[in-house]
Design a protein around this ligand. Sequence first.
Ligand code: SF4
Ligand code: SF4
Length: 135
Amino acid sequence: MISRKVVLHFPSELVDQPIISNTVRRYNLEFNILKASIAPPEGGLLVLELLGGKKDVQEALDYLKELNIEMENLSRDITRKDDLCVHCGVCVAICPSDALVSNQATSEVEFVADKCVACELCVKACPYAAMEVRL
Ligand code: SF4
Ligand code: SF4
């Protein structure tokens, strides 16, 4: 059995469809939902762990891609270069796991590494290149 953690971005027309339950049944998988966020006009975001046979997991991911669901792997560590961060807050709103939070008392953005699910959304969004993937 293997485990794959992915971030899935659902287009708005698919958020009310039973896609995950159908997928895990079709490919005989187990799953854990690590984070779910649904905002109907924009779509939905799901951080998901899929467990099952290697071929089944890969076919399930291929199936989800065919449904026009965008996907990122969660396989790498994320770090912040604190000297580059200007605490602008851009990353706070997009972090799906509350790993980037505004501290009202200090007006700074804190990175809580053990909450990070390595979706890499902040890496793309940070205008100062402060968030990076550790290879
Ligand atoms: S977007 Fe970048 S610079 Fe802004 S708070 Fe987040 S890590 Fe810091
Ligand atoms: S990679 Fe960035 S946006 Fe994704 S969970 Fe970690 S801190 Fe949040």
